[in-house]
Design a protein around this ligand. Structure first.
Ligand code: DGT
Ligand code: CA
Length: 569
């Protein structure tokens, strides 16, 4: 998407302005705009076509002009000018999480470091410490920052790529008048991050499919082009691998290219044990093809029930399917509400009416409106007085709303010492309380674990939001003993959140599975700040499925009345 490209430019502008000691408000305006762009689900080129750029919160006339300039010309003149006055290396350093303007200048001017590789080497060899303000801890931070930076370049959060990939799939279906087209690979398994977009098409005219595809998605670069496959880099920078197979091999190819590689290896071993041969064209017995057209047919030929793509990771699904014990995983249709949405009361943009309207559009029955608490001033955390007003607004909304119901919630800060940011008497008035860490991320493992344990034990806390704090490409998980948090939640009946925001997906699949084993319930929250981000909920469901969760493990599957009863306990 162009959104990421322009957002990165805006971030770089902010960074350069910071070095230039420019007006802090301007710096913040660029940062905020970048943040908004990165979290939009619609491509800005579409929004620009409708002439609605200025309706994006945080995008004024000037920034809208710059976005249009980028869409029209591929660059932004103001940015090019700013860049030309600064050594490029400094800008590279600023892209690394944890390196601020002052440190970047020191690295370049004082230490004469001119590349990230060189920086990495020097940090590893402990050759930076001792220079103005650089300690051994700074070296560690630099190394961790470089690792995060590289990960962020190599893989993309599922939530940003999936809508784009789905759209291409649908356009291909229309252009080819076919429905036997599927995403494959990690994106179909709904992995938290994906390296590329794999697409599989069944057709007897592969050359035509390749041509139609290349017309539909103009490539910035063609990496490979054959008669049955092609591999391209899109203008947005994503790699797409397209493969075409014949109709009678579609199921076998879908199994193969969905992976994972480890799952495939186990499946092949199983086939061999049964005297069968399996490859991407079909299942064979004594040289005769016995299955291949559909995935179900392929698994069936091996004597296996269907295995949902999300759990094809060789983490026990083969053992489970052999004992006929693949669970009925929670489905998007089971979800009745969103347990974490921000509103205009704090740093969200939606009014409660707009949130309710979006819930209706998504087929939900209820939403927990959870705004930040008073200490989190940058996110406009609510004072107790604001919160009382919100409670009464939501009650009166519920009185007049016949269908959608709202829960008045909070995402209350867990202060560094483990206390909560509101007194108990006000927490007790709320329908839903999630507690979260938003400060002092660098506490050591003992302190951070104690802090979260204390929150998980608090009788008024229903769930712990984004339990590990990981922000893909930007921030590592904080140092916490997650097993102990799960243990504590299990003992105190506290839930854990699957935060579905694309850069978070926190908890992820494997941790969810651990939580389930200990009998902990999960709450899925989109963490939407713009109402349309409530779409992210489906990513949370995907993470739940990757964690082998069934409907009863997830509180979002309860009806409004069931949920109210459950929360009051
Ligand atoms: P990614 O792209 O890193 O996010 O992860 P995947 O799983 O999409 O990996 P990718 O794109 O390299 O390959 C797509 C699928 O193709 C993979 O999940 C399984 C299958 N595959 C690829 N190479 C091999 C292989 O060498 N052996 C087997 N058994 N399967 C393979
Ligand atoms: Ca892939």
């Amino acid at each position: 998407m162009y959104n990421d490209k322009v957002a990165d430019i805006f971030l770089n502008i902010a960074r350069i302005l910071e070095i230039n000691n420019a007006n802090p408000f301007r710096i913040r305006a660029y940062r905020n705009a970048a943040h908004r762009l990165k979290t939009l689900t619609e491509d800005i080129s579409e929004i620009a076509k409708r002439g609605e750029l200025e309706q994006i919160p945080g995008i004024g006339k000037d920034l809208a002009y710059k976005i249009r300039e980028y869409l029209d010309t591929g660059s932004i003149r103001y940015y090019e000018e700013l860049k030309s006055k600064l050594p490029g290396e400094i800008l590279d350093f600023l892209n690394i999480p944890g390196i601020g303007p002052r440190l970047a200048e020191t690295l370049y001017y004082k230490l004469n470091i001119t590349s990230i590789n060189e920086l990495e080497k020097k940090a590893r060899n402990q050759q930076l410490r001792g220079v103005k303000g650089i300690k051994s801890k700074t070296e560690d931070n630099i190394l961790r920052g470089i690792k995060l930076f590289r990960e962020g370049r190599e893989r993309y959060p599922l939530g940003y790529v999936l809508p784009y990939a789905e759209k291409i799939r649908q356009q291909l279906c229309e252009a080819l008048g076919s429905t036997t087209i599927s995403l494959a690979g990690s994106i179909r398994r709904r992995k938290t991050t994906v390296k590329d977009i794999d697409i599989l098409v069944a057709s007897d005219d592969p050359a035509k499919v390749v041509d139609v595809f290349l017309n539909l998605v103009p490539p910035a670069e063609i990496l490979a082009k054959g008669s049955t496959k092609t591999s391209i880099i899109t203008e947005q920078g994503y790699q797409i691998d397209l493969r075409v197979v014949s109709e009678d091999s579609y199921g076998a190819a879908l199994c193969y290219f969905t992976g994972s590689k480890l799952h495939n290896i186990r499946i092949r071993e199983l086939a061999l044990k049964k005297g069968l041969k399996i490859n991407e064209y079909g299942v064979y017995k004594d040289g005769h093809k016995i299955a291949g057209a559909t995935e179900t047919e392929v698994y069936d030929a091996l004597g296996l029930a269907y295995i949902p793509p999300e759990i094809r990771e060789d983490v026990g699904e083969i053992e489970a399917v052999l004992q006929n014990q693949i669970p009925t995983l929670v489905k998007p249709e089971d979800i009745k509400g969103d347990l974490h949405v921000h509103s205009k009361y704090s740093d969200g943009t939606g009014t409660i009416e707009e949130i309710a309207a979006q819930a209706r559009a998504l087929g939900l029955e209820w939403v927990a409106v959870c705004d930040h608490s008073k200490s989190l001033r940058i996110a406009k955390g609510l004072t107790e007085e604001d919160l009382r007003r919100k409670i009464s607004d939501i009650r009166s909304f519920n009185d007049r709303s016949p269908d959608i119901k709202l829960l008045c919630g909070t995402e209350v800060d867990i202060l560094p010492d483990g206390r909560l940011d509101y007194p108990d008497n006000i927490l007790a008035e709320l329908d839903f309380v999630i507690a979260a860490v938003h400060s002092a991320f660098k506490q050591d493992r003992t302190a951070m674990t104690e802090r979260l344990v204390k929150a998980a034990r608090h009788p008024l806390v229903h769930s712990i939001a984004h339990p590990t704090g990981r922000l893909f490409g930007e921030r590592e998980a904080y140092d916490v003993d997650i097993d102990r948090i799960i243990e504590t939640c299990s003992r105190h009946g506290t839930a854990l959140e699957i935060n579905a925001y694309p850069k978070r997906l926190d908890l992820d699949g494997p941790s969810c599975r651990l939580a389930r084993k200990k009998g902990v319930r999960l709450t899925i929250g989109s963490d939407a700040h713009l109402v349309h981000q409530m779409n992210y909920l489906s990513l949370g469901v995907a993470a739940a499925r990757r964690g082998w969760l069934i409907a009863t493990d997830v509180l979002n599957t309860l009806s409004y009345n069931e949920l109210r009863r459950f929360l009051q306990k």
